[in-house]
Every structure is written in C-alpha cells, then in structure tokens.
Ligand binder design. Structure first.
Ligand SMILES: Cc1cc2nc3c(=O)[nH]c(=O)nc-3n(C[C@H](O)[C@H](O)[C@H](O)COP(=O)(O)OP(=O)(O)OC[C@H]3O[C@@H](n4cnc5c(N)ncnc54)[C@H](O)[C@@H]3O)c2cc1C
Ligand code: FES
Length: 1278
C-alpha cells in the first residue's frame, strides 16, 4: 500500500500544450492501469541490463554494496533514477528526500546513500576525498569512485515518440474501461465531470488513488463506478490574486510543494506564513512517491483524522471552491467542515475545484507541528496548525486559530480555548490559562482508538508551547518597547535551537588490509561486490514469485483463526467452493502423513482438525487453506470459509497473566555461579528493577513465498521456496507420508529472512505441498504482508526482573535475573537457553544467577530473529549496569561502571568457559578513542545545561557474542564442487543466500583454494538434492561451516589433480581439468552445554565489539535523532570486508529499530494491530545516524573459523541498544531538570511516546492518568 517503495517505477507524461515531458516516481502498487493512458512507465529492467549495458544508477548502488538481499533495490534504483531525470546533479538532501519513501531492511541505508552520493557532482567528490584523507590513511576504500561508469544523460531512454504523436493528434475523448466488477470513467471537461458525479454521487474521484486504492485493497471496499478527473484542466489551474492563491484541487502534493516553495521565495515574508507552514508539513508527508501522485483535493476530501494539511489549511483560513450540478459555492475549511471519520460537509455530488490559500498579513503568524512514529513517511500521531494575529505593535491577540489532527475522528479545532485567549495579551499568564483550557477542550477517552492517550494529550500542549516560544521570539522582534512586555520565567532556558539545521555528513567505513604477499588475484579479504548485486539492481534476479507459472497452476490463500482461545466447532467451506475459480479447500484432515512438525525434537501442529475437541490458540492460527485459479479468487475463497468457534475461558495474553496463572513450558532453565545470596549479604547497596522488551517483526521485504510442483511421476515434488532451512522444509515428505528422496527443495535467494524463514516457512511449505498433493497441480503461496505479519510470529518479547548487589564504587558483586520470554509453541523455546548463556554480556559478575522461563500465551508463537534472545538478554544486563550507575549514591557515570565490571585478563564465563577478553577491551578502547568520547561528553553536558527541552545523550555499549550453535549437530555443513571439462566450476553448499553474501564468500573461498578467477566459479542455488541434510543458515555460522566444507571439497579435488599438474606443470587450469566431482563433509566445532552441571562450551568463539552513539532528544515530543555512531568490531580477518561491513550496518539499524521504533501492539482480544508498513515502522533513510563510522579491529585473528574470519550476521544488532541508552542518558538529563534523579524505568522500544513520558515535562505532568483497571485500553503490552 505505498509504504515500502519496493515497487517504485518512473512515470513520464508528455504535455502537448506546453510541449514538455515530466517524470516522477510512483508506487506501482497504487497506480491504476486505466490512469496510465498516454503515460510511459519505466522500470529498472528498462534502464539497463547485465546483458547489454548497466545504467550508472544500477552500477553505483551495486558497487557501493547497497544491495544485499536485493528485494528493495529496483525501487531504490528507480527513485534515484527519477530524481536524476529531473536533477542530474542533486544535492545530498535531494537524494535523502528521493529515497525517503523506500525501505530497506538489510543495508542500513549508508551504502545506498554512499552510492547515490557519487552523483552529487564535483563539490561532493572533493569533500569525500578530503574526508578520506582524514581517516585511516592507506586503508583501502570499499569501492573506488574512479572505476564507475560516467553519468551520460544523452544515453537516457527517450519518451516514446508514438505517445507524443498520440497526445498531439488525438482529440481528448471520454474514456470508459469496463472490468468484471468496476467501470472506470475518465471525462475531459468539467461539465462532463459534474454530470458524471451527479449521476454517480457515490463514485469516488480517483486522482492519486492513495486513499481509494488502500480502501479497496485492504478494506475490501468495492466501487462499481470510479471517476478519474485527471484530464480535466480546470482542476489543475493555479491563479494568484493579491489576497492569495487558488490551487487546483487535482494538483499533486509535489506540485503544491514546488508552488509554495516559489511563493515563499518570491513574496514578502509577512505574506508567506501559511505557505511556509504547509511547506514544512509537505516535507515529511508520506514519501516522495506518495507526494508525486496524491492530490491536494484528495487529502482534504479524505478527511483523515491525522491529515497533515487539513489543520494548517483550517488554521490558515483556506477556502474551497466546490462545484456540482446545483452550481458553485465556496466553503471554509474549518471545524464545521470536518464532520467525522473520513466525512466532510461536502455534499455527495460536490467536487472540490480549487483551494484558496490566503496570504498572511503583518503581525500574523502560522505554524505547523507534527509528531510521528518516524521522522518521514509516517502518518502523524498528532499534527497541528496554529495561527495568531497580534494587534499592530502590541502583544494583544486579535485572532487565534488552533487545529489538531490525531486527537479524534477528524481534524478538530480548539475554538473554546481560542475564544478565551482572543483579546488578551500573549504572556505567560494567558498561555498557562490556554494550556488548562486546551487540556479540557481537546480530550481523549482513555480507551480511544490508536491508544497513546497520555502522550497524544501531552503533545497538544507541547505544540502550543512550541508555538508560544516562536511567537515570543517574533514579539520580541516586533514589539519595539520590550518594557511593555512581561518576560516569561523560563525563557532564559530556551535558546533558539542550535541543532535544527543538522545534516547527514560523511562517515568512515574502510576495508581491512590483506596480508603482505597475498596474490593480487586472491580475493579473500578484499571488498568484493555481492555476486548478485548487479542482477538485483537491474531486476534480473529471480525471487521465488518470479518463477514463471505453469499451466493449471493454482494459488493458495490461508484461512486463519479470528479467536485467541476457542474450540473449533466447524470449518464450513461450502460457500467458498461455489465461488468462481475456487478449486478446493484443505484442512488437517487431508494430511496423509504426520500432522505435526518437529524441530529439535519438539512437535508443532500444522493445521487443526475441525473436531470439537480441538482448539485454536491464537488469532492468526492457520486452520485451513483454499486453492483457486488466481490469487484474487483464492483470497475471496478463503474469506468465504465459515469457521464456527466456541470461546474458551482463561485466555492468557500477557506475560504477567502467564506468570499469574503459571502458564509455563518446561523445562525452565537456571544457571548460577558463585553464591548469589552470600553476594547480596556482602553488597554495600541493593537495587531491584524490571524491564520489558517488546517483540520485533522481521519485515523481510519478500514475504513468505513458495511454489510446489508435483512432477506427476513416482510421487516426486519440486519445491521452490524462500527459506533459510531447506532441509527442514523437506519434511513435507513426513506430512505427505512419502520418503524424503521424493521431495527436492530449492532456494535460489531470499528477499531477506533474519531468522523468520527457518521454521515457519517449512510449515507453510507443508500446507502448500498438501494442496498440490490433493489437487495434483502446481500450487503457489505468497503471503500478503498483513497475513505474513499475523501468522509467522516475531522476535520473543521479554519481561525481566532483576535484583543486583553492588559496592559503593559501582562494582557489581551479585545479580539475580529472571527473564520471562513469551512463546506459544515450543519450536523455538530454545531461546531461553541462549538468553541465559548471554546474561553476562561483557561483564564478570562473581555471583550471578540467571533464570529463564518460557511463557505459554494465546498469541502467535514467536520465532527466531537475528540474535535469537541475545539482544533481549543483553539489554537486561546493560539496564542493570545503567541503573547502578544512576544511583545517586554511586558517583560514577555508566561508562565507568561498565569498565569496572568488564571481563579482564584470562576469564571464565558463568558456564565455565575459559576465554581471553583482550579483543573485547581493544574494541572498547579503540571505540572510545575513535569516537572522541571524553571530549564529546563534556560538550554534551554543556549543551544540556543551556537547553531545557532538547537534551543530548551518549552511550558506549560493548558486546561479547558467542558464535555457533550450542547444539553440536547443527554445526556442520557439506559442499559439492563440480569442475567441468571446460574449466568452469559449479559450487553447491548448504548455505542459503538471503542477502548476507554467503555465495560471494564461497566463491572467494573456492577461488583461493583452486587458484582460479572467481569468474570461472558459479553458484546456482541451494538444493536438498545436491547437498542433503543441511543445517539452517543461521546463528552467524553459515560462512564458518560452509566455508570449511567448500575449502575441503576444493582441497580434495586439487589433490586429485596434483598428478596431472605434476605431469604438465606448464599447463593451464583448463588443460588440467578433466575429472569430475567429489563430495566432502565438514564438521564444525564440538559445542555442548550441560544444563545439569551448568557448564559447557556452547560456542566456538566470541565476536567482540563496541559501539558509541550520541542522540538529541526533543523532550516535548520524544522525537530523537542519532547524531553520530562509531562502531569498532572484531571480526577476525574478514573474508569480504564490504559484505561484513554491510552486515554490521544493517544489523545496527535493525537493532536501532528494535530498541527505539518498532512496536507490535495487540488488541485486548489478542489481535495484532500493525499489519503493514503503514502501522509498523522500521528505520528508514531518515533514521540513519548523521555520521556513521565503522571500523574493523586490526590485527585480530581467529583459529576457529575459516581464514581466521568471524561470524558477524547477528552480533551487531545488539549494538543498536547504544541508541536506546543514549536516549536514556538524555532523558535522565531532562528528568534532572524537573527534580527527578536516580534510576528510572524505560522499556524497549523507547519510542517517542515512552521517551516523552519519561522526560516528565510539565505538560506530561498536567495530563491526568486514569486508574489502571478503570477502563479497557485500546492496546495491551504483551
Ligand atoms: C503510504 C502513504 C503515506 C501517507 N502519508 C501521509 C502523511 O504523512 N500525511 C498525510 O496527511 N497524508 C498521508 N497520506 C494520505 C495521502 O496524503 C492522501 O491519501 C492523499 O492526499 C489523497 O489524495 P489522492 O489524490 O491520492 O486521493 P484519492 O485516493 O484519489 O481519493 C481520495 C478521496 O478523495 C476524494 N476526492 C479526491 N479529489 C476530490 C475532489 N477534487 N473533490 C472531492 N472529492 C475528492 C475521492 O472521492 C476519494 O474519496 C499517506 C498515504 C499513503 C498511501
Ligand atoms: S537489500 Fe534492501 S531489503 Fe534487502
């Protein structure tokens, strides 16, 4: 629905009157095909290809390592391409704006922006060069700008001349397209449009389709007639008058932005107040693709409760000119115009023709405010427009208008408050009265839809306060005699913001030196581009759903439970089977084999039988599936299946409820070193606390996808899927009761996975295979984003209680930590073990007890996600350290408490594993030095002293992360290397490519071992019929295990070739090779964990690192910006530094999302609310640290993995918590100002709501908090 930008294309149109061609980016998923008459649509496939000539945009994003899984890459390419078509030398700000509507879950954006920056022209290149001289002189760059193809605008595609001719020669006629269910009419004159609307008053007018399109797609609303007024010229007219400007209602928000930018430049500053306020809102409204198509009239008429424009238009006294068959009239945009959710005072047959935006007068000021879950491309939580007019030369209020969005079903005006203020002087007394009135007038019931009630109410006051600050400044400039005005008591504390004009700057990301004497053609250790990056950028890369369909292929849609805890009485598919195209329905009763799926020895149910004894255990549980000839028909079929439930009592939704009802799984795990009770007795001080860490949605860009093709012979099935564990998916054979040798699973690549495609994909594959088995046809299942989010689980939310005993100097001598993780089924309950094994992070606590309990609740079962429990576990430990540091009685800041408690010298973990933390300490020291921590700490303190409502915070966080599976049998891999007679080599191994670059690294390994160029080596896919019994590509262990297997296979082949080489030492590779393949099995480290003895070697080695982040927090809104991040990572000797740095940055940004942005809210009945990018916010390009440096620790090696490298996929995710702790640091400074010292609770994610409330500003304190239990909240914390 336009939220991710992956489908971005460029639309070009020819204007025959002006003889101009315009280009703009748009989301293909929202573009109605009927609207594209005479338009040219360009996709990434159109601008370049690896077969002919790649385009510089494609090349630069690829070579800068901006493409990992590649699923977002075509959209990124097209956003930038459209920008360059309009602005061949854009600024960095233009690039960031153009990419604002494109999400990437892998890269962390830095490499994408780095590639794009090369288009910024000479000035930027010089700056880049200067920056590179400043840092790490001599360390190789990740890519060389000099090697890039030049930009050549003359080579661009031309606008199709036939479309130009058609536009020139055709007399515009009304177009009508009749579909199966919808008729689309596009008139060309205003008269015709008015008549059509009179004839079909209920028919929507579709301009940008960003409102209607979403309704039809997600709410299932069907409009039998749609009117498209895009060809009616009057709707695009712009007329300036001395009093203001009339803007045609069909003008896109981008053209509105261009217009108001021009007016702000050209008109007198007194006149442009409303234009400036609109401009501010337009900068962050949606993404560029949305603004390019969404219309001004559409935004107004949609009357969305949190429209950004409507409060400003209302405050700015804008007027609409509307037309209908009854004639024209003018109507003011004010509190009477917005009458309810999505409803306005317009009559059904009325059309907004244009919008009048008046110029402001001297003494009149208009401002806009918004707070959203993400700085850009996110609907506002609360948004506002305010206008005041002062009597000339005084601070007497002549007029005041305050409007809000996001605090009710529609835009609302604070008329009563304004009435009271008008006529009074603008001073502290008046404003204090205004806050009180406002709180009363703009009220929200505690159960208001959307939740965040206290936060939203405090924002209404904070926005007025911000307005007040700006007005005081204006009055100061305006009112000649200052003595006539009273000084507000707090003004000295609020400096005009010195930090608002912050910009993205350059960061440092450098490769590693390879050892002296390494052959020039040996690519190990060098920054080699991801082997598929170019085909991903050109759109040639094949993902599961790109596989061409076969004749008779069917589509599968799932039927899911709508109840959290109920008896399943009946599944009635009767109506569904009667629908067009529906072929069959499947439920568990159709399963011929095993109805359970077993992972690490534990059963998980596939689909449930419709027997009265059986229960559904969560909303979103799969109860059956429907197959049909098209996706749409399958979806309609699934929606028509009637499921009868009988609700059961004792539903358990939250961890607290699970604890109360002792709804736990066994075994619970416990580990203790030393004597915790004794430790507490000896401690100088004690502290107890609690922290809640929310779950995290994987949000891989490619949703779960699979295609099962029965061969029709000997029960064979070919399964193509997007999966991290093809061998587990192969247990389709168990479901169908056939041997494994009949099922081959193939994974070409995944569009992201992050742990979410290990176990869940396999269950979906079994259901799809069951349908293919039953119908005898190929069946495809590609989950829609909403279903994927609902069904497949997410990271485990955690609630932890801790008690800690410490000395007055901050040394922790005892800690008792109990972690409760929310789970439903047991497939991944092993998470509690990983939680306990990392409960020490980098600290040596002599008496440490950890307990972990898996809670059984009626919410979808959680599953693996990058780090698998470690990011939760370590956040708990670091919170303990932070709390100790915040005790007034402990004088040291968090940094020193961390240093005091860190492992030093030969060390032993709480599970009795000996290790040397030298590299951990080296990373720590190097990070402090590179980040210039100590001097920045001083600057931050100064900043905080002189700013009352903006605070900065900084945090340094270390990590010690165990690599490998504790379950030894998972630490193995196999590879098969074929050398063909022509010298080309095919490498197959057990690792699956999900963007982490494993195939690229395996190519590098084979190239070194066989001493041949990588161009001779190919990797086609991962498949169970070539390399059987593979382990999951997870636990950051893929390269370690498969790299050794590929190495061994190559060594074996070389050994066999040796006699040939000896006989013909002057021969070539091609002349030597004539012998075929060999297979070899490689076994990894002997890891184990004995939970009875509480000891073991669950990891092969540790990956270490440290991260320092600095943030600036707006204490009035909770908004924050990461100003700078420095990461130092010990990853041994990297096989491929550019890929590893990509993993580091991507994981950091995912961690930043986990700890500060991503919220999974559930309704009180257990239904997941966020089901797409509109509600679930992952970090976007605007969330990148303004300066982002990544350093690889030099001089490190690792005996335990291939070529001395280290696993890196997962560890860095936890370092995103440095942003969380930096926010906490800033919040602590804000709390100090209001007299609140000592430790305080900040749960994760620290979203703006949590941060703002924790800052406890006077406005937060003014909002009454309803008694818990006295109302039903809109959302619950699970
Ligand atoms: C991903 C995404 C992000 C967004 N982010 C934001 C945001 O941050 N802030 C924000 O304010 N909005 C946001 N929006 C909403 C967006 O701005 C509106 O949907 C858009 O402005 C509507 O314009 P449209 O041309 O696409 O309307 P359409 O979908 O084409 O039409 C919407 C409705 O308006 C009516 N209509 C259209 N034109 C007229 C007219 N001239 N006269 C009478 N009725 C008319 C139609 O009948 C229809 O009912 C976002 C939308 C999306 C999809
Ligand atoms: S590379 Fe951007 S989503 Fe994977």
């Amino acid at each position: 629905g336009g939220g991710c930008g992956a489908c971005t294309v460029m639309v070009s149109r020819y204007n025959p009157r002006e003889k101009t061609i315009s280009h703009f980016s748009a989301n293909a998923c929202l573009l109605p095909v009927c609207q594209l008459h005479l338009a040219a649509v360009t996709t990434t496939e159109g601008i370049g290809s690896t077969e002919t000539r790649i385009h510089p945009v494609q090349e630069r994003i690829a070579k800068a390592n901006g493409s990992q899984c590649g699923f977002c890459t075509p959209g990124m390419v097209m956003s930038l391409y459209a920008l360059l078509r309009n602005q061949p030398q854009p600024s960095l700000e233009d690039i960031v704006e153009a990419l604002g509507g494109n999400l990437c879950r892998c890269t962390g954006y830095r490499p994408i922006v780095d590639g794009c920056k090369t288009f910024c022209g000479v000035r930027m290149s010089v700056m880049r060069h200067l920056e590179s001289l400043l840092v790490d002189n001599g360390v190789p760059e990740l890519f060389h700008e000099g090697d890039l193809l030049p930009q050549d605008p003359t080579q661009e595609l031309i606008f199709p001349p036939e479309l130009m001719l058609m536009a020139e020669s055709q007399r515009p006629l009304t177009q009508t397209f009749c579909g199966e269910r919808i008729t689309w009419v596009s008139p060309v004159t205003l008269r015709e449009l008015v008549e059509l609307k009179a004839k079909h008053p209920k028919a929507p007018l579709v301009l940008g389709n960003t409102g209607v399109g979403l309704e039809m797609k997600f709410k299932g609303i069907l409009h039998p007639v749609i009117i498209s007024p895009t060809r009616v010229p009057e709707l695009y007219e712009v007329n300036k008058t001395p009093d203001g400007v009339w803007v045609g209602a069909a003008c896109s928000l981008t053209s509105l932005k261009t217009l108001v930018e021009k007016l702000v430049r050209e008109l007198h500053e007194d006149q442009v107040e409303t234009f400036s306020a609109l401009l501010q809102q337009l900068r962050s409204l949606g993404g560029q693709q949305i603004r390019n198509v969404a219309s001004l009239g559409g935004n107004i008429a949609s009357a969305a409760p949190n429209s950004d424009l409507n409060p400003v238009l209302a405050a700015g006294r804008c007027i609409l000119s509307v037309i209908s068959k009854g004639g024209r009239r003018e109507i003011a945009v004010n509190e009477d115009f917005f009458v309810g959710f999505g409803k306005t005072a317009l009559k059904q047959d009325e059309i907004i023709l244009s919008v009048f935006i008046p110029v402001s007068k001297r003494g009149e000021f208009v401002r806009a405010f918004r707070q959203a879950p993400r700085k850009a491309n996110a609907l506002a939580t609360v948004t506002s427009g305010m206008r005041v007019r002062f009597a000339q030369g005084t601070d007497a209020v002549e007029d005041l208008a305050i409007f809000y969005g996001g605090v009710g079903p529609c835009t609302v005006g604070a008329t009563k408050t304004c009435r009271e203020v008008i006529g009074r002087r603008w001073n502290e007394e008046t404003l204090n009265e205004a806050y009180r009135l406002l709180l009363d007038e703009i009220s929200l019931p505690p159960s208001a839809p959307g939740g965040k009630v206290e936060f939203r109410r405090s924002l209404t006051l904070s926005f007025l306060f911000k307005f007040n600050l700006q007005m005081l400044q204006k009055l100061n400039e305006m009112v000649a005699s200052r003595s006539s005005r009273s000084e507000p008591s707090w003004r000295w504390q609020v400096r005009p913001d010195c930090s608002d004009k912050r910009r993205l700057t350059f960061g440092t990301c450098r490769s590693q030196e390879v050892s002296q004497g390494q052959r020039g053609d040996d690519l190990v250790g060098r920054p080699v581009m991801h082997r598929s990056a170019l085909s991903q950028a050109t759109g040639e890369a094949v993902y599961c759903d790109d596989i061409a369909g076969s004749q008779g292929e069917l589509f599968l849609a799932l039927v899911t439970s709508t109840r959290a805890h109920a008896k399943l009485i009946k599944i009635d598919d009767g109506e569904a089977l009667k629908l067009p195209g529906v072929v069959d329905a499947v439920t568990a009763k159709d399963i011929p084999g095993k109805k359970f799926r077993t992972f690490t020895g534990i059963d998980e149910e596939l689909v449930w039988l419709p027997a009265s004894t059986l229960q559904v255990t969560c909303v979103g549980q799969m109860v059956g599936a429907v197959v049909a000839d098209t996706r749409q028909h399958a979806k309609q079929g699934a929606a028509a299946v009637k499921v009868v439930y009988e609700d059961l009592p004792d539903r358990v939704l939250t961890i607290e409820e699970a604890i109360e009802k002792k709804s736990f799984f066994k075994p619970q795990r416990e580990i203790e070193r030393g004597n915790v009770t004794e430790g507490f007795r000896k401690a100088d001080q004690m502290l107890e606390g609690e922290i809640r860490i929310g779950g995290q949605e994987h949000f891989y860009m490619e949703t779960q996808s699979m295609l099962v093709v029965p061969s029709g012979e000997e029960k064979e099935l070919k399964v193509y899927l997007s999966c991290q564990h093809p061998t587990y998916a192969q247990s389709i054979a168990e479901t169908l009761g056939i041997p494994s040798n009949r099922v081959s699973c193939h994974v070409k690549r995944m569009g992201g996975a992050f742990g979410g495609k290990v176990t869940k994909t396999s269950i979906l594959a079994s259901i799809t295979a069951l349908a293919a088995w039953k119908t005898g046809q190929a069946v495809r299942c590609v989950l829609e984003r909403g279903d994927d989010m609902l069904i497949t689980g997410a990271r485990h939310p955690v609630l932890a209680n801790y008690k800690v005993g410490f000395m007055n100097d901050g040394r922790i001598i005892a800690a008792d930590i109990h972690v409760f993780a929310k789970i439903f089924t047991l497939d991944v309950s092993l998470v509690i073990e990983k939680i306990l094994l990392h409960i020490d992070n980098a600290y040596s606590v002599p008496n440490l007890r950890g307990r972990a309990t898996a809670c059984k609740t009626n919410l979808p079962s959680n599953t693996a996600f990058r780090g698998f429990g470690v990011p939760q576990s370590m956040l708990v430990v670091e919170s303990v350290i932070n709390d100790v540091a915040m005790k007034e009685s402990v004088v040291s800041p968090p940094l020193q408490i961390r240093e005091k408690n860190m492992y030093k010298g030969p060390s032993i973990t709480h599970y009795k594993l000996q290790f040397d933390p030298e590299n951990l300490l080296r990373c720590w020291d190097e990070c402090l030095q590179k980040a210039d921590y100590h001097s920045r700490r001083t600057t931050i303190a100064q900043f905080n002293q002189s700013n009352r409502f903006k605070k900065r915070g900084i945090a340094v966080i270390p990590i010690k992360y165990g690599i490998a599976f504790a379950e030894c049998f998972l630490n193995q891999a196999a590879a098969l290397v074929h050398i063909y007679k022509d010298g080309s080599v095919l490498v197959s191994h057990g690792g699956a490519e999900m963007g982490q670059g494993i195939h690229t690294k395996m190519q590098q390994v084979a190239s070194r071992e066989l001493r041949i160029p990588v161009s001779l080596i190919h990797i086609s896919e991962t498949s169970t019929n070539v390399v059987p019994n593979t382990c999951p590509s997870a636990a950051s262990f893929g390269t370690d295990a498969n790299g050794m297997a590929v190495k061994m296979a190559c060594e074996t082949l070389l050994q066999r070739l040796e006699p040939v080489i000896r006989e013909d030492p002057k021969g070539t590779w091609q002349s030597w090779v004539s012998w075929p393949n060999v297979v070899s099995l490689c076994r990894g480290p002997d890891t184990y964990m004995d939970w009875k003895k509480q000891e073991g070697q669950p990891y092969a080695y540790f990956t270490y690192g440290t991260c320092c982040s600095e943030v600036e927090v707006d204490c009035l809104t909770g908004d924050y910006q990461t100003l700078r991040t420095d990461i130092v990572m010990d990853i041994g000797r990297s096989i491929n530094p550019s890929i590893d740095i990509g993993q580091i940055e991507g994981a950091f940004m995912q961690g930043l999302g986990l700890y500060t942005m991503e919220e999974r809210k559930f309704s009180p009945s257990g239904m997941l609310y966020p089901r797409g990018p509109a509600q679930y916010k992952i970090p976007a390009v605007c969330d990148m640290p303004l300066k982002f440096n990544v350093y690889l620790l030099a001089g490190s090696s690792n005996l335990h993995a291939i070529y001395s490298s280290k696993g890196i996929g997962e560890p860095v995710l936890f370092l995103g918590s440095s942003v969380f702790f930096a926010i906490k640091d800033a919040v602590a400074a804000a709390r100090k100002d209001v007299g609140l010292g000592g430790p305080f609770k900040l749960d994760s994610p620290a979203c703006p709501e949590e941060t703002c409330l924790a800052c406890a500003s006077c406005f937060v304190q003014m909002v009454p908090v309803p008694k818990p239990g006295s109302f039903q909240p809109w959302a619950i914390d699970v």
